[in-house]
Design a protein around this ligand. Structure first.
Ligand code: BTN
Length: 260
C-alpha cells in the first residue's frame, strides 16, 4: 500500500479524475461528512477532501455514532458532484477501490465495510444531497473511518487495523494511497455505473458462499447463503424459499458462525 508519490503528487493524480480537488485539514470537526453535507446543502460543494484528526460527533451507518482515536485512525470525507445514470452499487464500487488500494488481504463486506479476516478495518458512509432532477446531478460525500493502529482504551478490541498488514503505516500513508484510487472510482462510476466494478467486487466479497443473517432492526428478516451481488449491487441470498435480493442498506448482514 505504500504510496509512491508525495501528497502533492497524489492530489495531482486525483485531479485527473476530479478536476480542482482540494484538500483541507482540521484538527477538530464535528464530523467530516456532516461538514461537507452542510456545504452541499448550501449549494457549494467544490471537489474537496476534508481530513480531521479528531471528530466530536462522528457518524456511522444506520444512525450510529462513530468514535475514533486521534493519531491511531484516519477520518476523512471526499465530497464532489456526480451525475451517473444509475446510482445503485456506488458504495460497493467505493469499497472495492479502497480495498484494492490498501492491501491484498482486505475484503469488502456488503454493503460498505472493509474487513480483514472477518474483523472490521474500516467503515464507509456514503451520503448524497440535492436533487436537480433535470440535471441528474447530486452531491456525494464519501466518509471513511479507518483503524490504523491497534485500539487503545475506548476503541473496539475486536477491530482490525492497518498496522497488522503494514507495521509502520500512518494515517497519512493510508490517505495518500487511497486518494487517487477513490477519485478514479468516483469518475469511473459516474461514467459507467457499477459494471466495471462487478468482477472486482466478486474477487473481494467477504460474504460469498457464507451463511448470513439479514437483520432489520432487531429481528432476523432473512437467512441463507450469500451468493454475491446482482448487476445493481443488491446482495443475493439463497434462502429456503428461493433467491432473494437485498437492496436496502437499512439492514445489517452478519455471517453466521460455523457450529463447533
Ligand atoms: C460505518 O461503518 O458505520 C461507517 C463509518 C464511517 C465513519 C467515517 S469517519 C469520517 C466520516 N465522518 C463521519 O462522521 N463518518 C465518516
Amino acid at each position: 500500500m505504500r504510496p509512491s508519490r508525495s501528497l502533492e503528487g497524489e492530489l495531482e493524480a486525483a485531479r485527473r479524475w476530479l478536476p480542482g480537488l482540494g484538500l483541507e485539514r482540521r484538527e477538530e470537526v464535528d464530523s467530516t461528512n456532516s461538514e461537507l453535507m452542510r456545504r452541499a446543502r448550501a449549494g457549494a460543494l467544490a471537489p474537496t477532501v476534508l481530513v480531521a484528526r479528531c471528530q466530536t460527533a462522528g457518524r456511522g451507518r444506520l444512525g450510529r455514532s462513530w468514535s475514533s482515536q486521534p493519531g491511531a485512525s484516519l477520518t476523512f470525507s471526499l465530497g464532489t458532484m456526480l451525475a451517473p445514470t444509475d446510482w445503485s452499487g456506488l458504495s460497493l464500487a467505493i469499497g472495492v477501490a479502497l480495498a484494492e488500494a490498501l492491501d491484498e488481504a482486505v475484503r469488502v463486506k456488503w454493503p460498505n465495510d472493509l474487513w480483514v479476516e472477518d474483523r472490521k478495518l474500516a467503515g464507509i458512509l456514503v451520503e448524497t444531497a440535492g436533487s436537480d432532477l433535470r440535471e441528474k446531478t447530486r452531491a456525494v460525500v464519501v466518509g471513511v473511518g479507518l483503524n490504523v493502529a491497534p485500539s487503545a482504551s475506548g476503541g473496539d478490541p475486536a477491530a482490525a487495523c492497518l498496522q497488522e498488514l503494514e507495521g509502520d503505516a500512518t494515517p497519512d500513508d493510508a490517505l495518500l494511497c487511497m486518494l487517487e484510487p477513490l477519485a478514479r472510482a468516483l469518475r469511473q462510476f459516474d461514467r459507467h455505473g457499477f459494471a466495471p466494478f462487478a468482477a472486482r467486487f466478486a474477487a473481494r466479497d467477504a460474504l460469498s458462499g457464507r451463511s448470513v443473517a439479514v437483520q432489520e432492526q432487531d429481528r432476523v428478516a432473512l437467512e441463507g447463503s450469500a451468493c454475491g451481488v446482482d448487476g445493481a449491487g443488491a446482495l443475493l441470498v439463497h434462502t429456503s424459499s428461493g433467491m432473494k435480493a437485498v437492496t436496502t442498506h437499512e439492514v445489517r448482514v452478519r455471517p453466521v458462525p460455523l457450529p463447533d
